[in-house]
Design a protein around this ligand. Structure first.
Ligand SMILES: NC(=O)c1ccc[n+]([C@@H]2O[C@H](COP(=O)([O-])OP(=O)(O)OC[C@H]3O[C@@H](n4cnc5c(N)ncnc54)[C@H](OP(=O)(O)O)[C@@H]3O)[C@@H](O)[C@H]2O)c1
Length: 157
């Protein structure tokens, strides 16, 4: 199964340069609880950004895949050069954790979405690509401190 997780504000903002535009401890805890011990897939930019947080300790994932069109190697991750083949053929449960480019490319393959809606606007310059949520059904949502934690699954029938 391919799942995706992200947080966005009312304008679908997700990033500021190569960082998150905000600090919401509750959303970080939610992200951690849904990615801990998972196989995760991210783009090279998000990998570099996360590495700046995990300088001395390992990233808390079971397995890390990093998408990059260029030849690359990572000390703690598996390079994915052919993203579409990977998404089509993987038999693992994979959580896609960003960023914008990889979300956009992986969305057609996603079975489940974990979206945190931030009920305000922030400053930044990277936006989640607009798409129609009509292909997904809302499974659960929870409102806490100005955040809505929502889970969707793709409608298959
Ligand atoms: N709010 C959130 O929940 C959240 C979560 C994660 C990230 N973000 C934000 O997202 C932003 C980063 O997004 P981004 O779009 O700049 O970077 P990104 O998606 O993390 O990485 C883009 C990478 O994808 C590679 N790529 C593109 N097409 C590919 C393909 N077909 N096959 C394999 N690899 C491919 C590119 O390789 P090349 O370099 O070779 O072109 C590039 O290195 C940051 O601001 C970050 O803070 C927000």
């Amino acid at each position: 199964m391919i799942s995706m997780i992200w947080a966005m504000d009312e304008n679908w903002l997700i990033g500021k340069d190569n960082l998150l535009p905000w600090h919401y401890p509750k959303d970080l805890a939610y992200f951690k609880s849904h990615t801990k011990e998972c196989a995760v897939l991210m783009g090279d930019m998000t990998y570099q950004s996360l590495k700046s947080y995990y300088v001395k300790k390992p990233m808390p994932f079971k397995k890390v895949y990093v998408a990059n069109i260029n030849d690359a190697s990572y000390p703690d991750a598996t390079h994915v050069k052919d993203l579409f083949t990977f998404l089509k053929e993987t038999s693992e449960d994979v959580m896609v954790i960003g960023g914008k480019t990889i979300y956009q490319l992986a969305l057609p393959y996603a079975d489940r979405l974990y979206i945190t809606y931030i009920l305000k606007t922030h400053e930044g310059n990277v936006y989640f690509p607009r798409f129609n949520l009509g292909a997904f059904r809302l499974l659960t949502y929870q409102i806490e401190d100005g955040l809505i934690f929502s889970v969707y699954e793709r409608i298959t029938s």
